[in-house]
Design a protein around this ligand. Structure first.
Ligand code: SF4
Length: 225
């Protein structure tokens, strides 16, 4: 059975390439700690030096939107996180986000900041990276996206070292990011001690929120957790 979408199309006609759908505890961002269904879309045009989801770059299964929605519903969770890879690299990500909102979920989208977010449903909480120099992908930041941030969205800096921190601080202040949305600073695991990042934030009195990856505390680097 197909379902009508807000755009008037039928979800059965929409297909996505999916690496995994799993049920876990949200480890990051504003919804940290909530039981959440993760929909991981396959593929990413970036290659961040510290990427921890390289297994999502290729492969995956082609699945209809109806099938994805049914799998998500089976976990009976309010929160759904669409992630990747870079989910917006697939055009069908937009109708997926819309359909998840229409189904009554609290939806978040983890995106690299390299793709246009203008058409993302405004009910979705965007968690958008700004790539620091240490990622090797700073040149991919799509600065026009800042104009599309809403108060419930979050900008995330993943910080590998002091040079990344200094760059993140400069962007945070220059673009007045904290007035637009929440600003998250997250240390690269096994590269920057979280206590060091906390000390820098305190010393500079920055209006940002320190992030630790709760799922790695709980389960390490296991895929699908
Ligand atoms: S954007 Fe995300 S998935 Fe893509 S390479 Fe960077 S960290 Fe990995």
């Amino acid at each position: 059975m197909s379902t009508a979408t807000a755009a008037g199309g039928a979800t059965s006609a929409v297909a996505l390439r999916i690496t995994e759908i799993f049920h876990s505890i949200q480890g990051e961002a504003d919804a940290v700690g909530w039981r959440t269904v993760f929909v991981r879309l396959t593929g990413c045009p970036l290659r961040c030096s510290w990427c921890d989801t390289t297994y999502s770059f290729t492969g995956g299964d082609k699945r209809s939107l109806d099938d994805v929605l049914a799998t998500v519903a089976s976990f009976q969770a309010r929160h759904v996180c669409v992630t990747g890879g870079e989910p917006l690299a697939q055009k069908s990500c937009l109708p997926l986000l819309r359909a998840l909102c229409d189904a009554g979920h609290e939806v978040s989208l983890e995106t690299s900041g390299a793709m246009d977010v203008a058409e993302v449903d405004p009910r979705v909480r965007k968690v958008m990276d700004l790539k620091c120099p240490g990622s090797g992908e700073m040149g991919r930041n799509r600065w026009e996206n800042l104009a599309h941030l809403l108060l419930h969205d979050q900008v995330k800096f993943v910080i590998a070292d002091r040079a990344d921190y200094d760059w993140a601080r400069e962007q945070t202040l220059t673009h007045a990011l904290a007035a637009r949305c929440q600003v998250l600073y997250s240390p690269v695991a096994d590269q920057l001690p979280p206590g060091q990042l906390a000390d820098w934030i305190l010393a500079d009195r920055l209006p940002v929120r320190l992030q630790l990856q709760l799922h790695k505390v709980l389960w390490g680097n296991a895929p699908g957790r």
